[in-house]
Design a protein around this ligand. Structure first.
Ligand code: NDP
Length: 286
């Protein structure tokens, strides 16, 4: 089970695990439903008690699955969902949130994110988010896929400083945020929530897990290369990563990754093999 050193505090004192659970593509296949629910519940038991979903995922199917998985343990879970940009204004925002709550079978979200920036003015979204907070439907709100300029704009508008996190793509094979966005967020005490920390299952992941350095470090820790990718995200205390695992086996491995501490020498070797870009690059997104 992950332990206290695997947790961080939000500025408001809320304790969060530094490895949570993503749920994109979960709930799509009925034959896997029981295993997926068991995996999420086991993840919570093992200390990965933050669950991330979105109204977009499977057109609500992910939220329905999560709703089922958290029955009886709702108060142990930090529940995150996201609103489509085109739903992020006025009454649409309120309605989207209420519909998410219904699917999730709960009366509040711990965090509600704008999934990415769309055409609705940020001011309108912030007003709506603050209204949801005052109605008790969400405890706090944040954004996702915002680059530095978007973040600066957000913090410049009334209420914008209440933004609790920016959920962005971040893994060993994609370190662009370390040039500007991550340091900027750090200086404003806005933690990064790292999505696709295992680089999904594509060619970028292949590049990481087939690297000799990663393989060497993995065998030194009797771990898999993917566990090293997760352990790497934990070298920083203010990054929360949200791997998606739909089997108990993967959940157990991911929680165990939280117990791996990379040495400074190993971190340095990984820096050399997967360097931070030398200049600001546009935010990577999926
Ligand atoms: P991840 O990088 O988390 O990779 C998920 C893949 O890795 C799945 O195929 C999963 O397989 C596999 N996997 C997980 N654990 C292991 C393990 N221990 N060993 C081997 N394979 C493993 O990709 P995601 O894109 O899903 O990102 C994670 C979450 O981030 C999403 O689910 C979503 O909640 C969020 N996200 C947010 C975005 C945004 O725009 N805000 C965009 C993208 C993601 P299996 O299912 O079989 O366990």
């Amino acid at each position: 089970r992950m332990n206290q050193s695997n947790r961080m505090l939000l500025p408001d004192g809320t304790s969060l695990p530094r490895i949570g659970q993503g749920t994109w593509n979960m709930g799509d296949d009925n034959s896997r439903r029981e295993e997926e629910i068991a995996a999420l519940r086991l993840g919570v038991e093992l200390g990965m008690d933050l669950i991330d979903t979105a109204e977009m995922y499977g057109d609500g199917r992910s939220e329905l699955l999560v709703g089922e998985a958290i029955q009886g343990i709702r108060d142990q879970v930090f529940l995150v969902s996201k609103v489509y940009p085109h739903n992020a204004g006025n009454e649409h925002l309120i309605r989207s949130c209420e519909e998410s709550l219904k699917r999730l079978n709960t009366d509040h979200l711990d965090l509600y994110l704008l999934h990415w920036r769309g055409d609705i003015p940020l001011e309108e979204t912030v007003v709506g988010m603050e209204k949801l907070v005052s109605q008790g439907k969400i405890a706090r709100w944040g954004v996702s896929n915002f680059d530095v300029d978007d973040m600066k704009e957000l913090l410049g508008i009334a209420g914008g400083t209440h933004c609790a996190t920016n959920q962005i793509l971040y893994h060993l094979g994609s370190r662009g945020i370390e040039t500007e966005l991550l340091p900027w967020q750090r200086s404003h005490k806005i933690p990064v929530m790292a999505y696709s920390p295992l680089a999904q299952a594509g060619s970028l992941r292949k590049g990481v897990i087939e690297s000799e350095v990663v393989q060497e470090i993995a065998s030194a820790h009797q771990a898999t290369p993917l566990q090293i990718m997760l352990a790497w995200t934990m070298r920083e205390e203010d990054v929360i990563s949200i791997p998606k695992a739909s089997s108990r086996k993967h959940v157990i491995e991911n929680a165990a990754a939280g117990l791996i501490t990379l040495s400074n020498d190993e971190i340095w070797k990984l820096d050399e093999a997967f360097p931070i870009p030398s200049w600001k690059v546009p935010l990577d997104m999926i």
